[in-house]
Structures are given as C-alpha cells and as structure tokens.
Design a protein around this ligand. Structure first.
Ligand code: ADE
Length: 224
C-alpha cells in the first residue's frame, strides 16, 4: 500500500509514524507513506495557502490551487483508489471501513485546516470524506494519523501474530474480553481461575462470554 498525505504541518507526522507498528510496517515495506507539504504547491511567492471566505465570516479557507496542484501531480504518476478528506462532517470511521481501506493499493489523504477548504476541492477531487468521531480537532492531521494506524495494522504481515488483529475489539462486532498477565495474584486481586487452568476450550468459552458481556454492558448499540 502507498499513502500520500497532504498537509500544512508535515512535522506532526514524524513521531507517530516513526514508532511502534507503523515504523515496522514501513521498514518491512508493507506500506510507503509520503508526506507532502501543501505550501510547496502554492502559486505565489508568498507561498499563500489560505484566504478570506467569499461572503465574509470568521476564519480563513484553504485555497483550491495548492491542493489541486498536488493532487493532480500525484494522479499523473499513478492511479489512486480513493482520495480521502479528513473532516468532522464526513462519514464516521469504523472498523469495517478500516478493513475496506486496508485492501486498497494507493490512497491520498488530505488534511484540512483553518475554517475549512474551498468546497470545489471536495466536489472535484475527493472520493471519500471521513470523520473520526463527533468532535472537532484543530486540523485533519491527528485524524489522518488515527486513520492510517487503523488501516495499516490490518495489512497482512504487519502484525507479528496474524491472529491478533482478528481478536481486536470490533473486528467481530464485539468488544474484546479482558486480558491478564503475571502476577496471578496482585495484593489479593486474582486472575480468573479458568485462565490458569490450561483448558483451551474452557478458556475460549470464557473469553467469548466475557466479550459478549462487555459489549452488552458498555456498547449495547453494537448488538442491534
Ligand atoms: N478534522 C477536525 N476534526 C475532525 C474529525 N473529528 N474527524 C476528521 N477530521 C477532522
């Protein structure tokens, strides 16, 4: 998979993509990520990327040309499966969508900033608009990182134990069962005995019961 991220704040990505699972996925070439600074595609010598909104109102608007120049250049080099815009008024991201995006080859992810982006960017270039939840962040960068992390960990070979994504919360529509490690007794708080029993069948049964119980208690909406 190849992901091209368009942003005004490229430095925000280095920490998140330089650690843990994404770092390994990049090293193992399961994914290539290219960060493009939208300012590099600005037209005038001031490298302007935002302007006042027509009709007035508070806040600056991201200009069409720098984003259009960048997207057109990329599209001239290869075919993209989706051109995604991170925005709080997009469709809400979930595990099923993460599964879908993880099967694709080439993605562009555009991070918005300021009051918004010129609507014509959305109508001309964007194929999917994605929100990571009903709250507003200062820009699309953190949502883009969350999106990329959720998608990349699903690419086959990225996780060490291939089954570990399968047992994630939501992957089967349910929350995960609780997990424990040593010590088996912490100040009198004991690990459920079944997990120490060595009976694989019993353990599996306990886990699926707990998974269902947790979902009923915390996220009954998932069971509907
Ligand atoms: N940009 C700002 N807030 C956002 C959100 N909740 N999801 C996606 N992009 C955003």
């Amino acid at each position: 998979m190849r992901i091209d991220i368009l942003t005004l704040f490229p430095a925000m990505f280095s920490g998140v993509f330089g650690e843990s699972i994404i770092k390994r996925a990049l090293a193992k070439k399961h994914v290539e990520i290219y960060i493009h600074n939208i300012r590099d595609y600005a037209l005038n010598k001031h490298k302007q990327v935002d302007d006042y909104a027509f009709g007035g109102g508070a806040g600056m608007v991201m200009m069409i040309e720098p984003v259009a120049n960048c997207i057109r250049k990329l599209k001239g080099e290869r075919k993209y499966d989706e051109v995604i815009f991170m925005t709080p008024d997009g469709e809400v991201f979930d595990q099923m969508k993460a599964n879908y995006f993880s099967t694709l080859s080439n993605l562009i992810v555009l991070c918005g900033h300021y009051k918004g982006i010129d609507e014509r960017i959305r109508s001309l270039f964007i194929t999917r608009e994605i929100s990571i939840g009903d709250y507003v962040l200062s820009g699309g960068e953190i949502p883009a990182m969350a999106f990329c992390d959720a998608v990349i960990r699903l690419i086959p070979g990225v996780l060490n134990d291939e089954t570990s994504a399968l047992s994630d919360s939501f992957q089967n529509g349910l929350l995960s069962a609780p997990v424990y490690t040593r010590p088996s007794d912490f100040e009198g708080h004991k690990v459920p005995a079944v997990l120490l029993s060595g009976h694989d069948k019993e353990i599996e049964k306990w886990r699926s019961e707990q998974s269902l119980l947790r979902t009923e208690q915390r996220r009954p909406d998932l069971l509907k």
